[in-house]
Design a protein around this ligand. Structure first.
Ligand SMILES: NC(=O)c1ccc[n+]([C@@H]2O[C@H](COP(=O)([O-])OP(=O)(O)OC[C@H]3O[C@@H](n4cnc5c(N)ncnc54)[C@H](O)[C@@H]3O)[C@@H](O)[C@H]2O)c1
Ligand SMILES: [Zn+2]
Length: 368
């Protein structure tokens, strides 16, 4: 088992990563928290795969455990489903002493986290991520949100968990497509901050699962994210680097309809685009662009989008039809392992690059 601390004054928390660690670690933390009541938020898929899992883990603790089971999918990451969590919490008479456990991928983590940050103005919560994406990214850092039909993650808050338990055994049941999508956010951390880590990932394959490799890679990925969050929790500047690939990624998710492409898939294509722009704008050297594009394309599926025109592209990127603004903060790579924020990047220029990108990578992105 590997352990990491996220040091935020007054809200520091521990992340444990390992195989078959959950039973012991979760019990310890729940006891430490002196919670009277634990509410597990999960979805139907996980509930079927691991029936009453957390309930059983906590059985010996004597703590009351209730399980709120939500429908599964990004298309349910909205205010309506969030309301189901609030209804559940009201029904079981939850209060500030209730501990919420998010048991699932990023969708569950984001929704349960948002519920925890707003229910009776805030109750403690723990992340038990079950996807690779949630292991390396969404369970760490305290961003919570639901989607609005017009924009991904537009309604949310910052709420740090009390504890994160990354149990690697859950990856055994995760479909390969999900695994590859999550891997994109892991690679992202190497690309933006740590060339040595990126090279380390290139010496390993993702499948078949190698838990020693995964433990190390997830640890290093969380460490990179944790250090960024410590310096800029609420994204005043530095943290925006973690959005590398997300400008186009969010556009793909919204334009295709939530759920059609996995978040990691959309972001992976967005990372390829951002690296392409970095190379085109003479930031990223040719050899590094080639290395990065070959690594990313190996793990990406083609994305098919409905026809896009400049207006739609702009509206989706700016989330606002009426905005006067024509520019956006765009994350570029200076080199492998170093990103930077280019403020006021013209959306029109990005559109020109996007058209070129779609021509150059017809196998990666096509417009119907
Ligand atoms: N808060 C953040 O900082 C942050 C960062 C990155 C992504 N996100 C968000 O995370 C979400 C994506 O998360 P995700 O990729 O984990 O998707 P997800 O939560 O939808 O999970 C993917 C699928 O895998 C299933 N699943 C989960 N664990 C499983 C397991 N162990 N075995 C079998 N099936 C399992 C789920 O039921 C779901 O069908 C997006 O909404 C994205 O916006 C948030
Ligand atoms: Zn992401």
């Amino acid at each position: 088992m590997k352990t990491l601390k996220v040091n935020l004054p007054g809200r520091e928390y521990q992340i444990d990563i390992g195989l078959n660690i959950l039973d012991k670690q979760l019990l310890k933390v729940v006891k430490l928290n002196a919670a009277e009541h634990v509410v597990v938020v999960t979805n139907t898929t996980l509930h079927d795969l691991y029936p009453d899992f957390i309930f059983n883990v906590l059985a010996v603790s004597g703590v009351k455990v209730s399980t709120c089971v939500l429908p599964d999918g990004e298309q349910y990451k909205n205010l309506e489903t969030l309301s189901l969590i609030f209804d559940f919490l009201m029904n079981v008479s939850a209060n500030r002493k209730t501990l919420l456990i998010a048991f699932g991928g990023g969708v569950i983590g984001d929704m349960a986290g948002f519920a925890a940050s707003t229910f009776v103005r805030g109750i403690p919560f723990i992340q038990v991520p079950t996807t690779l994406l949630a292991d390396v990214d969404s369970s760490v850092g305290g961003k919570t949100a639901v989607n609005h039909p017009a924009g991904k993650n537009t309604i949310g808050s910052f709420k740090q968990p009390e504890y994160v338990c990354i149990e690697l055994a859950f990856l055994k049941t995760l479909p390969s497509r999900e695994l590859k999508a999550g891997y994109m956010e892991l690679l992202k951390h190497g690309l933006i901050q740590d060339a040595e880590f990126f090279n380390f990932t290139q010496q390993h394959t993702l499948e078949p699962l190698n838990f020693d490799y995964l433990e190390e890679a997830i640890f290093r990925s969380c460490e990179i994210k944790g250090r960024v969050v410590e310096q800029d929790e609420t994204e005043k500047g530095l943290r925006a680097n973690l959005n590398f690939g997300h400008t186009l990624g969010h556009l793909i998710e919204t334009h295709a309809g939530y759920g059609k492409y996995l978040h990691g898939e959309a972001v992976g294509t967005g990372m390829l685009f951002a690296a392409f722009v970095s190379w085109r704008w003479n930031e990223l050297a040719q050899n590094e662009w080639e290395l990065i594009s070959s690594s990313l394309t190996q793990n990406l599926l083609p994305v098919k989008l409905l026809k896009l025109d400049y207006e739609t592209f702009r509206n989706l990127i700016l989330h606002d039809k009426k905005a006067q603004k024509q520019a956006v903060n765009f994350i570029l790579l200076k080199k492998l392992g170093e990103s930077f924020i280019l403020p006021e990047t013209s959306v029109e220029k990005l559109w020109d690059e996007f058209k070129l990108f779609a021509q150059k990578f017809p196998g990666m992105i096509s417009l119907e």
